[in-house]
Ligand binder design. Structure first.
Ligand code: SF4
Length: 282
């Protein structure tokens, strides 16, 4: 049986040699991949889904204030076509990576397997060689955190708690991520053991009460100085957050070459254009 530690090297071999590992049912994997692509187009792109504000396994690691807004149906920023496109090809890429894992001879099971802990539901990506695995597409910056094992110290999207929820539902003490750097094409795995963490059930029970409490939770992140300009910008996680306008109603948005930058305090007006309609419905 293949070992999860060899997964990335084995996938690279498939790519370099243009052949699947011995004994693999290539036709079945290709068919499954085709079905997954059909599912993405039919059920994710071309089907309208009811917006749900219920806590889900995929959200239990998110910040308290974010979940509080969401539970109360606060108006969220609408996503740009570019962001929606990124999500779409993120899903497609993750399916491709899973197909490559199977072609490399590793045992991929539990795909979209239902998970439930204390009434919170979700569906996991898969189990590979017996290890619970969440597949992620990441920027080069996000990828580095997984590759260097830093996700524990810097997890603004709550990936650890999400995985701990799935692990709890399976009765596993560990799990990991198979990550693709969407810009550079590199792959890596990173594994975490949850044996000595507080039970995820405590976090879930806390969240169920927290979202019903009328008191708004504390602001999740402090503002960050923008170099030596005297300006203060939103922390990275806040700049991605779809509720930032509620936390920072006076925030100004500027069109830097690296993307929009959100300044909550402007001492020196930036030499790039301000985007006045950023928060208008797209
Ligand atoms: S904008 Fe920042 S502080 Fe406000 S809910 Fe989002 S992450 Fe939390």
């Amino acid at each position: 049986m293949k070992k999860i530690e060899d997964l990335v090297d084995d996938i690279y071999k498939v790519l370099v040699k243009n052949e699947a590992a011995e004994g693999v049912d290539v036709d079945k994997i290709v068919d499954n991949f085709g079905e997954a692509m059909k599912n993405i187009l039919k059920n994710q792109l071309l089907t309208k889904h009811e917006e749900s504000n219920a806590l889900r396994m995929s959200s239990i690691g998110k910040q308290d204030r974010y979940l509080w807004y969401r539970h109360r149906n606060y108006k969220a920023e609408s996503m740009t076509p570019a962001t929606l496109m990124k999500f779409l090809y993120g899903h497609a890429t993750e399916e491709l990576v899973l197909a490559l894992a199977a072609l490399s001879g590793h045992e991929v099971t539990h795909q979209q397997h239902k998970a439930e802990v204390n009434g919170i539901k979700g569906s996991m990506d898969c189990v590979i060689d017996g290890m619970l695995i969440d597949v992620k597409t990441a920027s080069s910056f996000g990828f580095k955190k997984f590759k260097e094992g830093n996700i524990r110290n810097d997890d603004p999207f709550g990936y650890i708690d999400q995985l701990r929820g799935y692990a709890e539902s399976l009765g596993h003490e560990e799990g990991g991520w198979l990550v693709i750097d969407k810009a550079a094409g590199h792959l890596c795995t990173h594994f975490e053991n949850f044996k000595y963490d507080d039970p995820i059930t405590e976090r879930i029970d806390y969240l169920k009460c927290m979202v019903k409490d009328d008191n708004i939770p504390e602001q999740c992140y402090d503002l960050v100085p923008e170099g030596k300009s005297g300006n203060m910008k939103l922390a990275m996680a806040c700049s991605y957050c779809i509720y930032k306008q509620h936390c920072f109603p006076d925030v100004k948005v500027f069109a830097y070459s690296t993307g929009p930058r959100f300044l909550a305090k402007v001492e020196n007006y930036p030499k790039v254009p301000e985007i006045y309609d950023y928060f208008d419905d797209k």
